[in-house]
Ligand binder design. Structure first.
Ligand code: PLP
Length: 437
């Protein structure tokens, strides 16, 4: 209670703005995930990896816009590209541009399984389009997903099938990382399910890495039972130069994952809104307006339309091209994720013997507060099957504590690193965790 009183006293402007917002935005905001009781902090602006709130407090940004804010708030190349786009290219041109081709080529160079692709405006949209392809290619409607999966605002399976899901009846929800159960589910749904949609690491579901056995079993079983394998890399594509798919080696040999379709979003356009879906050429050709089949498969696929006023908006295309080619290069990606691995390990050490558990890969991790913890190993297993009970009181106390100390973190405990965050800054956060523990 003392912490909340202190929070209210320190943040009168945020509180006032929230009251005003309640009149016009349900709950006072337009992204449910940002809600905090008694009111969320309202940010005024950001520079680099720092944020300043409406009451002039400064924070080290460890939310990193839930992985999209990889480049921080004022990266000079991104700022210059935005300025040059408005002053020389102009806003949306109502036409194709050279940059969208170059941007797509940059993506394919990293993720060769995306033989062809199309752009849209968000990760949610990218997944919806990928599902349309799967349904069109197979003529089937069901989709296999996993509890704890998050594929967008209307495609959330964090608590099973969410109320707001589109196509309510068409989901089959499996257990993440359950190899045998998933093989069975895929075989039972032959002739019914069009695709399996899965993350290589469940992000919003708590940064739970998928095991190679599980992900390769999906790849093999979908092929055997006439379904498409859709890998949602909206979040995980930043974890390795070739996306998480390049790192998940089959248990038996050396082959990485090669999904039929991959979806991207979040960080790929330098922090501007973006979505992208791509994969096998004969599948993506369903969107080819020339309606010329490129293989026997596509000859049988119905042509479907993919439009969207802002799909190739000049800001996202120009900034995305430079972000991939000059900022988040393979080398920068490897560096950031190595730092993330070090940071996560330090967090693990500092929370040993407590009911805090740390999960994640590279530059993205999650701090969990577990109330029914028996051991760290058991807790991770429970997390995977969505059965862990979060100690929500402790989680919230940690959030208020971290905010008070100047660290901006997501209430659910997720942290995603920004490129220019230093080891020294992360050491300060580790010191705060040590004091808290
Ligand atoms: N897929 C995954 C794995 C995500 O984490 C998210 C967003 O958090 C989405 C899809 C949806 O992306 P967007 O918020 O751009 O619609």
């Amino acid at each position: 209670r003392g912490m909340i009183e202190d929070y209210c006293e320190r943040n009168p402007n945020s509180q006032r703005l929230h009251k005003k917002a309640l009149d016009i935005l349900p709950g006072g905001n337009t992204r449910s995930v940002l809600h905090v009781d008694p009111f969320p902090i309202c940010m005024k602006g950001g520079v680099g990896n720092k944020l300043v709130d409406a009451d002039e407090h400064e924070y080290l940004d460890l939310v990193g816009e839930m992985t999209a804010g990889l480049y921080g708030h004022s990266h000079p190349i991104i700022r210059d590209t935005i300025i040059s786009t408005i002053s020389t290219t102009g806003l949306n041109l109502g036409a194709t541009t050279a940059e969208e081709v170059l941007f797509a080529e940059q993506i394919r160079r990293r993720l060769p399984s995306m033989e062809q692709m199309r752009f849209c405006n968000s990760g949610t949209e990218a997944n919806l389009y990928a599902l349309s392809i799967a349904r069109s290619a197979t003529g089937l409607s069901k989709i296999i997903v996993f509890r704890g999966g998050y594929h967008g605002g209307v495609l959330s399976f964090i608590h099973g099938i969410a109320e707001n899901n589109v196509d309510k009846g068409d989901w089959v929800v499996g257990k993440y990382n359950d190899v045998e159960g998933t093989k069975k589910l895929i075989s039972e749904n032959e002739g019914l399910a069009a695709a399996v949609l899965v993350e290589g690491m469940q992000g919003a579901g708590g940064c739970i890495p998928g095991s190679p056995e599980f992900l390769h079993a999906i790849q093999t079983a979908t092929k055997a039972h006439g379904m498409l394998f859709i890998l949602d890399e909206v979040m995980t594509s930043r974890l390795a130069p070739g996306g998480i798919q390049s790192t998940i080696v089959s248990p038996a040999g050396t082959t990485a994952l090669r999904p039929d379709l991959t979806t991207l979003g979040k960080w790929i356009a330098g922090g501007l809104s973006i979505g992208c879906f791509g994969g096998r050429k004969e599948l993506i050709s369903v969107y080819d307006p020339r309606a010329i089949p490129v293989s026997d498969d596509s000859a049988q696929m119905a042509q479907i339309s993919h439009s969207g006023t802002f799909n190739n908006n000049t800001f996202a295309m120009n900034v995305g091209l430079l972000a991939l080619s000059t900022i988040y290069t393979g080398q920068a990606c490897t560096y950031l994720n190595a730092m993330g691995d070090w940071f996560r390990q330090e967090l693990v050490e500092r929370s040993a013997g407590t009911n805090i558990t740390i999960t994640g890969i590279g530059s993205v991790c999650n701090i969990h507060f577990i109330s029914n913890k028996k051991s760290v190993v058991m807790a991770v297993e429970d997390l995977e099957i969505g059965q862990t009970e979060t100690d929500s009181m402790l989680r919230d106390i940690f959030w208020f504590y971290a905010i008070r100390k100047g660290f901006w973190i997501a209430r659910r405990g997720m942290l995603s690193l920004i490129l220019d965050t230093s080891r020294e800054e992360l050491q300060c956060f580790l010191g705060m965790v040590e004091d808290f523990v």
